[in-house]
Design a protein around this ligand. Structure first.
Ligand SMILES: *Cc1c(COP(=O)(O)O)cnc(C)c1O
Length: 548
């Protein structure tokens, strides 16, 4: 072996060669914009921000290979080439058990394969059934994979069809849908179908901070609390729990990872009570990375190998493909061919033949809202960029750098003395617990986390997202649901877009704001209090903090 020359800093694995300049904006200008947009963060002009960490959804920097792939996109209305490529990319990563089994049919497109027989055999006419992505005629006979342009649209298609089926079978009945942590749009979709969302995780563990702020191994704080899950199912009755969700990584619970052991357990409990398990998988690749780095038995496995095992435990999944660095647009809804979701939501004749296939109902909804199954609301070029992005998310070095950036920010806050930083960092973001940040002095009706977020925009031009009392609608919940709310703000870090300089600026700004936290205003809602997912559209107004 040749001599090694180790350093105490990691070697970089990418560089940037497209640059976007930022304007110089004053506090007065930002104040004017805040007033003009009713203090709604989503309405603040991004062109006036210095660092935008509102979301990592669709905001990623694409790689050169993704940009190049746009030209391979085929905008045909029926069976564009990207349709085959995307479904097979999913099969490669979620079903084939690692790189060694990848077919990578995208490479046939990249190399302009003109052998029509080969393309027919390996791309156009391949038959697949029994998994999450039927292919060929099987996908027409039993549709089970739906390209949909983003995660919430996939959720809404799923929820609407589930609601219709349940309402027909049990008119007027209210259902409970538990999760380790429902995302805000998932909760919104569940509430709009008249069901009750529940979030079952371990809050005490979540707020724990280790000595010195650093864990040796990630403790998987995103896990579902299995005991609470069984208790809930037995107390409301399994017939009143039509679905169990699991968010991977657990975005509303501070982006925390979920262990393979926990996924296995959730699957066991769900199947014990005959309830289909649905993954909400915006950040499956980061979760696979955390499993590799922290869970016994996975150190030698690749992200793709781990992803295959993860997805073997679900009966269906919804996916926002705008995270993890996949692409700027994309989403997916799929269920296992002839699996538990299909069995529970299809109707059968007495002789066991299918009367109504739930996949056909989902496809009708997909077609009526998002276009046919070849593209589902996406352009052909976006589909290609997404396929490339999915493969890139399996790259260890990329994930390693991404998670390291999150750690840098979280530990930066911690070392600066800011209270309430959730540790370890999530895979895509850093969260601060606002109850602790404000020393427990602000009530749940003050929306001080939103005050914090708006003050960060006003003073420093940094936009983050409040995912606590305001966005999660604390005041509209039952006491048991209120106990499940994390009163946090989230600093999202998108793929390869922010530099260490950005993070240092954010650390300095939050430190300064923390030291002056008494002067952060509270907020009240002046319009849109009861609107579904109100944080996207409500109007707010600051009022001074007068500590009681
Ligand atoms: C972003 C996200 C969604 C919604 O997806 P969009 O693509 O933004 O519509 C759903 N669930 C989770 C966990 C998410 O992070």
């Amino acid at each position: 072996m040749s001599k090694q020359y180790p350093l105490n800093v990691p070697a970089p694995h990418h560089f940037t060669y497209a640059v976007r300049d930022l304007p110089e904006v004053t506090v007065e200008q930002r104040e004017r914009a805040l007033q003009a947009t009713h203090y709604n963060e989503f309405a603040f002009p991004s062109g006036m921000l210095t660092v935008d960490m509102l979301s990592d959804s669709g905001t990623t920097a694409m790689t050169n290979h993704q940009w190049a792939s746009l030209f391979l996109g085929d905008e045909a209305y029926g069976r564009n080439t990207g349709y085959y490529v995307l479904l097979d990319t999913f099969r490669d990563i979620f079903e084939r058990g690692g790189e060694k089994n990848w077919k990578k049919i995208i490479d046939l497109v990249r190399t302009d394969c003109r052998d029509v027989e080969k393309m027919m055999d390996e791309v156009y006419l391949c038959e697949y059934e029994g998994g999450l992505f039927n292919g060929g005629a099987a996908q027409m006979e039993r549709p089970n994979a739906f390209i949909i342009q983003q995660g919430r649209a996939a959720e809404s298609v799923l929820m609407e069809i589930v609601r219709n089926i349940l309402a027909k079978r049990h008119p007027g009945k209210k259902f409970t849908i538990p999760s380790n942590g429902h995302f805000d749009t998932t909760e919104g979709n569940i509430k709009q179908m008249g069901s009750i969302p529940r979030n079952l995780y371990n809050k005490t563990l979540l707020w724990e901070v280790p000595e010195g702020g650093r864990y040796e191994k990630n403790p998987f704080k995103g896990n579902m609390d299995i005991e609470k899950l069984e208790q809930l199912i037995t107390s409301v009755g399994p017939e009143n729990v039509p679905l169990i969700f699991t968010c991977i990584t657990n975005n509303p619970v501070c982006g925390q990872a979920v262990s393979m052991g926990n996924l296995k357990e959730i699957n066991r409990v769900a199947h014990k009570y005959n309830i289909p398990l649905v993954f909400d998988t915006a950040r499956w690749a980061e979760n696979a990375y955390f499993i590799k780095m922290n869970e016994e038995g996975y150190a030698d496995k690749s992200i793709a190998e781990i992803a295959t095992e993860m997805f073997s435990y679900c009966d269906a999944f919804t996916m926002s493909a705008k995270k993890d660095g996949h692409a700027n647009m994309g989403g997916m809804l799929a269920f296992r061919d002839k699996g538990l979701f299909w069995k529970n939501f299809s109707d059968f004749n007495e002789d066991g033949t299918v009367k109504t296939d739930v996949g056909v109902l989902l496809k009708v909804k997909q077609i009526s809202c998002y276009g046919n199954d070849s593209y589902g609301g996406m352009s052909g070029r976006d589909i290609m960029a997404l396929a490339v992005g999915l493969y890139e998310s399996c790259d260890f070095n990329y994930m390693n750098e991404r998670v390291a950036q999150c750690n840098y920010l979280a530990e930066g806050f911690y070392d600066a003395g800011v209270k309430g930083v959730v540790l370890p960092a999530g895979g895509h973001a850093v969260y601060i617990n606002m109850d602790e940040f404000f020393d427990g002095k602000r009530g749940h009706d003050t929306f001080a986390g939103e005050g914090f977020s708006l003050e960060l925009i006003r003073r420093y031009g940094i936009r983050v997202s409040e995912l606590g009392d305001y966005s999660m609608e604390y005041d509209l919940k039952t006491p048991e649901q209120q106990a499940e709310v994390c009163n946090v703000v989230r600093f999202a870090i998108d793929r390869s877009r922010l530099t260490k300089e950005h993070l240092d600026y954010v650390i300095a700004a939050v430190k300064a704001l923390y030291e002056d936290r008494e002067n952060i205003p509270n907020m009240r809602i002046v319009w849109g209090h009861n609107l579904p997912m109100r944080h996207f559209h409500a109007f707010l107004e600051p009022y001074p903090n007068e500590e009681k």
